[in-house]
Design a protein. Structure first.
Ligand code: UDP
Length: 193
């Protein structure tokens, strides 16, 4: 059961729980979206119903930030540990390598995404990177086609919020080969370092 904070949903699942659900959703060829929720986003959602709808429309809203844990504790909720965007991405990379799901990296500066791909390959033997594109690419149509044809099944989008979530929502129907979408903010910068 999801918990709600000022009208914003948060999933109580752990990393493992989310991976398990994603595994079964992938078998059914159902697309999944993951969005990180922090107090800043909850506040933005108060002022902007579109942002709230964007968050609540995702498959998994992860509790990124101690603010959500504190709020859950106060209302005796079931969210007991943080699920950060960057750690969720790391778990998905491990899953992708083990279960042979090609990934695509979209976002950040060219040298950052390229270096992130090098590090990700080193840290996850066997992983297949179907492609990568920096976040300053102009031609969205061409990019969507490239991703669709790349064979990628998991797509990480690092454009910052809410740009990355809007991009995912706008294009996911056309990216029918991609089954998992995660908006990862500055995570490529973390992996590249
Ligand atoms: N970025 C991008 N294209 C843009 C704007 C931002 O690729 O048009 C990238 C930027 O290079 C950085 C990431 O998006 O790697 C934004 O990270 P930030 O930490 O600002 O995002 P947050 O997690 O705070 O939403």
């Amino acid at each position: 059961m999801k918990e709600s904070y000022l009208g914003v949903n948060v999933s109580p699942l752990t990393y493992e729980g989310i991976i398990e659900e994603i595994r079964s959703r992938m078998l059914r060829r159902e697309q999944s979206t993951i969005i990180a929720v922090n107090p800043e986003k909850v506040m933005t959602a108060q002022k902007d119903p579109q942002v709230r709808e964007l968050i609540n429309g995702a498959t998994f809203q992860i509790a990124d930030g101690v603010g959500i844990l504190l709020a859950s504790k106060l209302k005796k909720g079931s969210i007991t540990s943080r699920v950060t965007g960057v750690d969720m991405m790391a778990r998905l990379l491990k899953f992708a390598a083990e279960d042979h799901h090609p990934i695509y990296l979209y976002g950040a500066k060219k040298e950052v995404v390229e270096q992130a791909a090098v590090k990700i390959t080193e840290q996850n033997p066997g992983i297949e990177i179907a492609g990568l594109t920096d976040g300053y690419e102009q031609d969205e149509e061409a990019l969507v086609q490239r991703i669709q044809e790349s064979g990628a099944e998991i797509l990480f989008v690092a454009l910052g919020s809410p740009k990355q979530e809007l991009w995912i929502r706008r294009n996911m129907d056309r990216l029918e080969n991609v089954l998992v979408f995660q908006g990862v903010g500055g995570s490529f910068d973390v992996f590249s370092g």
